[in-house]
Design a protein around this ligand. Structure first.
Ligand code: NAP
Length: 292
């Protein structure tokens, strides 16, 4: 039986690690802010004081962290996973980071005789809580087969996309679609509001046909209620769109739609909305489309 470790118990890491616990032995956890480990301590999981300690105790180490900088620090920094990792172990990074950064870190893990997969998740806190995320995996076939049963505890669709970095490439394309889709929703709804149309009426009409989307289903109510309690931070949505633009530029692919959406998320971020849910983008559009 694998001893599993989990690092990064934030909005997504918390429900995901609890699903893993339902079927496997969660042997150790680590979180930078210790308060988030309390529930795990009370439920019999060892709380480590460094990521290296988690790696010393576990054969499979999950990480769910903010971005490339955080994953680099936790894996390759002082007291990081790589200091403690044992030959034959597997790192399963479920964070959304830049694919090339992930590939670089995977090589360092391999130098220790261990392996890594990138397994970013698609779906927000609600799907993490119900264990119905979609997961795109990049890495070797053997590593994929080894972690698949663990991923299936929180994912309803688990797909092996290709070698290291490929799970992340698909994930970034996914968020280019999702982020741009939400931006056009904000554009249309704020124009409709300025033209005097009731927001609820627009939601009813749009959800009935080709304008409907999972984004509208998830965010429509929040737009009406002006509820921006964080599920997926606007700062994280912007991070993913920027990674997607960078990936596209690297292979000389134009991004006229995503670039326009990115400018609006940048504006919202500069207005101080980074720590809100990304649905707060509508307020930036509402400011532009205020009635004179
Ligand atoms: P979150 O609640 O902000 O959690 C981030 C985690 O990373 C926390 O545990 C945080 O520790 C840790 N962390 C950040 N920088 C660190 C560093 N330098 N050293 C050590 N730990 C560090 O974010 P989240 O919403 O769970 O998102 C996590 C990842 O999932 C991101 O890559 C995001 O893009 C992706 N994602 C999120 C969603 C969503 O709906 N939320 C959906 C799909 C994918 P502290 O507790 O100490 O801050």
């Amino acid at each position: 039986m694998e001893a599993i470790g989990f690092i990064g118990l934030g909005k997504m890491g918390n429900p995901i690690s609890r699903h893993i616990m339902e079927k496997f032995t969660l042997a150790a956890v680590y979180n930078r802010s210790p308060s988030k480990t309390e529930w795990f301590r009370k439920n019999g999981v060892e709380v480590c004081s460094t990521p290296a300690d988690v790696a010393r105790k576990c054969s499979v180490i999950f990480t769910m962290l903010t971005d490339s900088e955080a994953v680099s620090a936790v894996l390759t920094g002082k007291d990081g996973v790589i200091e403690g990792i044992r030959p034959g172990s597997l790192v399963v990074d479920v964070s959304t980071i830049y694919p090339e950064d992930s590939q670089r870190i995977a090589l360092k893990v391999m130098e220790k005789g261990a392996e890594m997969v990138d397994s970013p998740v698609i779906g927000s806190v609600d799907l993490a809580t119900t264990g119905t995320l979609t997961i795109a995996v990049g890495g070797s076939e053997a590593a994929f087969m080894r972690c698949r049963p663990m991923l299936e505890t929180f994912g309803k669709r688990v797909v092996h996309v290709g070698p290291n970095g490929f799970g992340l490439k698909v994930k970034l394309l996914n968020n280019m679609i999702m982020g741009s889709n939400y931006a056009i929703l904000c554009e249309a709804i704020s124009i409709g509001e300025k033209a005097g149309i009731d927001t609820e009426t627009m939601e009813e009409i749009f959800s009935g046909g080709g304008a409907n989307s999972r984004t509208l289903e998830m965010k429509g109510k929040r737009m009406m209620e002006r509820n921006y309690d964080p599920q997926f931070l606007l700062a994280h949505q912007l991070k993913d769109i920027k990674y997607g633009l960078r990936m596209s530029m690297d292979i000389f692919s134009p991004t006229p739609v995503t670039s326009a959406a990115a400018s609006m998320y940048e504006t919202a971020y500069n207005e101080g909305r980074g720590d809100n849910d990304y649905s707060a983008l509508i307020e930036t559009y509402r400011n532009i489309n205020r009635k004179a």
